[in-house]
Design a protein around this ligand. Structure first.
Ligand code: NBP
Length: 471
């Protein structure tokens, strides 16, 4: 008999996804370019309804029609090569699903190319890493809606389940929409991580708290508005000791952050679309400057820190301010990220449903958090909300917490503790709520040196001032 779905790519993500699908009662054919990998999977999981195949032809013929084939191979060239090898064996109406971390423009291109051969192509974000793939990821599928309907029953069974019992998967939109949303999710993840790192830096460097004390603070924070996976793992991380030295493991980990480029893509897209995305972009740059470890070490010997006295205020009170600053800044980041989704949706004709997107982030992905329900609620109140900051809940809470961000950022800057995302958050807030910005000066300069013209506040039209005339 034929299998209900096939998975190509038996590295950690593909293997775990295949096991997840199998565990929900589906029969799964598996294939990997290097046969030994498939043999290993079968040796480990021979008791499961996984059917090994060793040629592309054998793989394709083993599947029910219309065929449902999930690709979990390296993004980029490997994905194109895999599609090319499958194509001659496929029939019209078959469905290829790319679950890799693919750049959304590649998905748009592949969707168009394959549509010409009558093959459906779904580009889907799969979040939650190895564990998510195995136990239930958040899934962000984009592509032909009719094709998605044929895989929806499987996706709804393998996805993470939110508190209210809803699966963390929803049809995102045509062509590259799913991969775009996955990319934006990763960008938001960069922002959340940097905000937490800055909070930790303030607690330890400014308030001189110990790693253990910080662990307790994050545990406390995780019980309230900040309740989220990233806060939870941070509090756990801070309790762990290095086996060799007995020190807190965070104290032996080198402070040079890596990245796989998805945060960069998010910022690049924001720049292309003309959308302000300062917080996530600062968090990408923060990783870059962290990676310049040797240069920073050398600079630290040449450029002194400002002279500061030990913190003299009430520590408990200040810790609460840091918590409020973190929540405020997180809201700025999501307001920017969702505003970017809105502009992308208009640009690419995707008709994204922002409340539904926030909903599927509630479980199974790295940014999962209680807070996401607030975003869904905001879009339920007003589906075409321009910016989350205009929603009553977000407007009220940010008004309430803004003073804390100002205080924390001011103290950190005085003490020379870098706060790129905290300071960016408050600057975005102040820019967004400003009736007047100093761009009149910029327009005057542009008109002065380049005759770029300007508009006036008091009447319609385009104007040029004769800057070179005698006064
Ligand atoms: P990798 O991204 O490490 O890719 C390894 C797989 O790609 C292997 O099955 C390998 O086959 C196959 N492959 C390569 Br490399 N070149 C190929 C080619 N030219 N033709 C056919 N197959 C080729 O695996 P992963 O970490 O499991 O991730 C899979 C996808 O899921 C990626 O797109 C990744 O970005 C995405 N993702 C990963 C995570 C995560 O936490 N790791 C999370 C979310 C999404 P071989 O065995 O023959 O070399």
């Amino acid at each position: 008999s034929k299998q209900q779905i096939g998975v190509v790519g038996m590295a950690v993500m593909g293997k775990n996804l295949a096991l997840n699908i199998e565990s929900r009662g589906y029969s799964v054919s598996i294939f990997n370019r290097t046969a030994s990998r498939t043999e290993e999977v079968i040796a480990e999981h021979g008791d499961k309804k996984l059917v090994p195949t060793y040629t592309i032809e054998e793989f394709v013929t083993s599947l029910e029609k219309p065929r449902r084939i999930m690709l979990m191979v390296q993004a980029g060239d490997a994905t194109d090569k895999t599609i090319q090898s499958l194509l001659p064996h496929l029939d019209k109406g078959d469905i290829l699903i790319d679950g890799g971390n693919t750049f959304f423009q590649d998905t748009i291109r592949r969707n168009e190319e394959l549509a010409n051969s009558g093959i459906n192509f779904i580009g889907t974000g799969v979040s939650g890493g190895e564990e998510g793939a195995l136990k239930g990821p958040s899934i962000m599928p984009g592509g032909q809606k009719e094709a998605y309907d044929l895989v929806a029953p499987i996706f709804e069974k393998i996805a993470a389940v939110a508190e209210d019992g809803e699966p963390c998967v929803t049809y995102i939109g045509p062509n590259g929409a799913g991969h775009y949303v996955k990319m934006a999710h990763n960008g938001i993840e960069y922002g959340d991580m940097q905000l937490i790192a800055e909070s930790y830096d303030i607690l330890t460097k400014l308030l001189d708290l110990s790693v253990e004390e910080c662990a307790e603070i994050f545990t406390e924070w995780n019980k309230g508005e900040l309740d989220s996976y990233l806060i939870e793992i941070t509090s756990d991380i801070l309790t762990r000791k290095d086996d060799e030295t007995g020190k807190p493991v965070v104290d032996v980990i080198l402070d040079a952050a890596g990245n796989k480029g998805t945060g960069k893509w998010t910022s690049q897209s924001a720049l292309d679309l003309g959308v302000p995305l300062p917080l996530i972009t600062e968090s990408v740059f923060a990783r870059y400057i962290s990676a310049m470890k040797d240069e920073r070490v050398a600079a630290s010997k040449i450029i002194p820190a400002p002279a500061v006295k030990a913190f003299e205020g009430d520590i408990k009170e200040f810790v609460e301010k840091v918590r409020e600053a973190l929540y405020f800044s997180k809201i700025m980041s999501y307001a920017q990220g969702f505003a970017q989704l809105r502009i992308a949706s208009e640009e690419f004709g995707w008709d994204l449903e922002y409340g539904e997107i926030a909903k599927i982030f509630r479980e199974g992905c790295i940014i999962r958090a209680k807070f996401l329900q607030k975003i869904t609620d905001a879009y339920d109140r007003q589906a075409d909300l321009k910016n989350l900051l205009l929603d009553d809940y977000f407007n009220d809470i940010t008004q309430k917490y803004q003073q804390s961000v100002r205080d924390v950022v001011a103290v950190a800057i005085q003490a020379g503790v870098p706060v790129p995302t905290f300071s960016s958050a408050i600057s975005y807030y102040d820019s967004y709520r400003s009736e007047n910005l100093p761009a009149n000066i910029i327009q005057a300069q542009r008109d002065y040196f380049g005759a770029h013209t300007y508009k006036r506040k008091d009447k319609e039209g385009t104007f040029h001032y004769d800057w070179y005339s005698e006064k």
